[in-house]
Design a protein around this ligand. Structure first.
Ligand code: G6P
Ligand code: MG
Length: 214
C-alpha cells in the first residue's frame, strides 16, 4: 500500500538546473574558471556550498571560508533574480496532473528538496497548497545521500517510510531514498539511476497504476 509520495523539486517538478547553471557560469566567468554544461551535471542534487567547492576544484582555486560564503551568497542572489520571474508554465509536463491524481486517490504529498529556495519556487509555481509537508534545505542538516530529508518528510506526514515513494532525478537522491527504506522512481536516464525501482523520463509517464505496481 502506498501512503505517500515525496518529490524532489529541481529536475523533477521544475527545471531549475538551467538557472543554477546561468548563475554559476556568471560566477565562474568572474573567477576566470571554465565551466561547462557538462560540469553543471555534477551540481545536481548537491548543496550550494558543495557546488561552489566543485566549481573551485574545477578551476584549481582554494579560497578562505569567508570568501566562499560571499561568493555563494552572490551566486544565490543572482539565481534568485531568475527564479523570482518563474511562472506556473514552467512546471514540468505531467507533474500537476500526477499530483492531482494522487490527491484524488488520498495519497499524501511531501517535498524533499536540498534547496533553501524551495518555498520561493513552489510559491512562484503556485504549487504550495498541494503539499501536505515541505522539507527543504532550511530544515535538514545532512545532505543527500543521507536519507534525513525524506525521513523527515515521512515523519511530517505520519507515514511509514516503507509505504513512501520518492521521485528523484539525482543519483544521490535515489541513494537517499533507498537508505531511508523507501521505494524510488528515478526521473531521467536508466543508466545513471539504475538503483531506482523504476525509471521514467518525466512525471508525464507516471500514473496511479504504475505507482501501485511498485
Ligand atoms: C538542489 C539542486 C542543486 C542545488 C541545491 C541547493 O538539490 O539540484 O543543484 O545546489 O538544490 O539549492 P539552493 O537553492 O539552496 O542553492
Ligand atoms: Mg533534483
Amino acid at each position: 500500500m502506498i501512503e505517500a509520495c515525496i518529490f524532489d523539486l529541481d529536475g523533477v517538478i521544475v527545471d531549475t538546473a538551467r538557472y543554477h547553471y546561468i548563475a554559476w557560469k556568471e560566477l565562474a566567468d568572474e573567477l576566470g574558471i571554465e565551466f561547462t554544461e557538462k560540469d553543471n551535471e555534477r551540481l545536481k542534487g548537491v548543496s550550494r556550498m558543495r557546488s561552489l567547492d566543485i566549481l573551485l576544484e574545477i578551476g584549481g582555486l582554494t579560497l578562505p571560508p569567508q570568501k566562499k560564503e560571499e561568493l555563494a551568497q552572490k551566486k544565490n542572489e543572482n539565481y534568485r533574480s531568475y527564479i523570482l520571474k518563474m511562472t506556473p508554465e514552467e512546471i514540468l509536463p505531467g507533474a500537476l496532473k500526477f499530483i492531482r491524481e494522487l490527491k484524488n486517490n488520498d495519497i499524501l504529498i511531501a517535498l524533499g528538496s536540498a534547496s533553501k529556495n524551495a518555498m520561493t519556487i513552489l510559491d512562484r509555481l503556485e504549487l504550495t497548497p498541494w503539499f501536505d509537508a515541505i522539507i527543504d534545505g532550511t530544515k535538514v542538516t545532512a545532505a543527500k545521500p543521507d536519507p534525513e530529508v525524506f525521513l523527515k518528510g515521512a515523519e511530517a506526514l505520519n507515514a511509514n517510510p516503507a509505504n513512501c515513494v520518492v521521485f528523484e532525478d539525482a543519483e544521490a537522491g535515489v541513494e537517499a531514498a533507498l537508505r531511508g527504506g523507501m521505494k524510488c522512481v528515478g526521473i531521467g536516464s536508466p543508466k545513471t539511476l539504475s538503483k531506482a525501482h523504476l525509471v521514467v523520463s518525466g512525471l508525464h509517464e507516471m500514473n496511479i497504476t504504475k505507482l501501485s505496481q511498485l
